[in-house]
Design a protein around this ligand. Sequence first.
Ligand code: G3H
Ligand code: 13P
Ligand code: ZN
Ligand code: NA
Length: 319
Amino acid sequence: ALVTSTEMFKKAYAGGYAIGAFNVNNMEIVQGITEACGELKAPVILQVSKGARAYANHTYLVKLVEAAVIENPDIPIVLHLDHGPDFETCKSCIDGGFTSVMIDGSSHSFEDNIALTRKVVEYAHDHGVVVEGELGTLAGIEDEVSHAVGSYTRPEEVEEFVTKTGVDSLAIAIGTSHGAYKFKPEQCTRNADGILVPPPLRFDILEEVSRRLPGFPIVLHGSSSVPQEYVKMINENGGNMPNAIGVPEEELRHAAQLSVCKINIDSDLRLAMTGTIRAYFNEHPDHFDPRQYLKPARANIKALVEHKLKDVLGCAGKA
Ligand code: G3H
Ligand code: 13P
Ligand code: ZN
Ligand code: NA
C-alpha cells in the first residue's frame, strides 16, 4: 500500500536497520526497484526530485508509483519529494498524491530554515503527509575549496530545530555528498592494493545528534557507494569517469544499525543503468530496439537494489 514513513521509521529505529530511499525518473527504474523490494519483502521509499518532475512530469511519476503499489501488494511504499526547494513545490506534491516531502532549507539561515520548514510541516500534517527537514549542507561536486567538505550538522542546533518545526525526520551532514565523485583523490588514502580509501564519515556527529534526539529518525543523503564494477564497465565501454568514488558500504551498514532510518541512493542506480547500456551497445552495435537494452538495465537495477536491501540496509523481510 501507499503509506507514510511513520511506521517504517519506528520499526527501523527499533530494529537497527534502514529503509532504502531510491530516486525514480522513469518506468524501468520504478520497476527494477520495486520488483526487488516485492520479492525480498522490503518496505521502500520511492523519491522524486524537482529534476525528476521536470523530466518525467508529476502525473506520470505518481501513476508509475501507483502501478508499483498495485503490482506489489505485500509491501509498504512511500512516495516522497526529494529536496523540495520551496513551499510551493512541497504543496504541489502534498496536493498531488505524495505521502512524504522533504523541505530542503539547509542553504538558508537557521532561523529562515526553521520558518520555512515549519510552514511546510503545518500544511503537510493537515493533509496527512510527513516531512523531512535538513540541517547542515552536503558538499557538492561543484563546490569551491571553502565548501569542499560542506558544513557538518551542528548537534547543538538539532533539538531547537526539531521542536520548533515539528519535522518527522531529519537529514544531517556527516561527510557524504551527492553524485559519483564524493571525495577528491587528495582527501583519500590508498590501501595496499592501491585502491582509494575515502576519509571516514563523522559518526561522532551522528552519535551526538542521536543522544540529543533519542528515538528520532535520521536521514543520510549522498549514500551511493559508487560500485567500482559499474565505473569499470562504463570506462571500458566508451565512458570517462576517472576517480569516481562513493561511501564504503561498511559505513552505511553501520549507520543503518544506529539512528539512521532512511538512506538515499540515486547515483548507484544511474551507474548500473548507464554501465549496462554502454556494454550492451558495444556488444550489439546492430540493435536499436530500446526494449533490448532497457531490459538488462532494469535487471541490473533490480540486482543492485537486492544487494542493498540484503547486505547494506538490513530491511529485507521487514515489510
Ligand atoms: O539529490 C540529488 C538526487 O540524486 C536527485 O538528483 O536533482 O538530478 O534528479 P536530480
Ligand atoms: P547519491 O548521489 O549518493 O546517490 O545521493 C542521492 C541523494 O541523496 C538523493 O537525495
Ligand atoms: Zn539528497
Ligand atoms: Na537504523
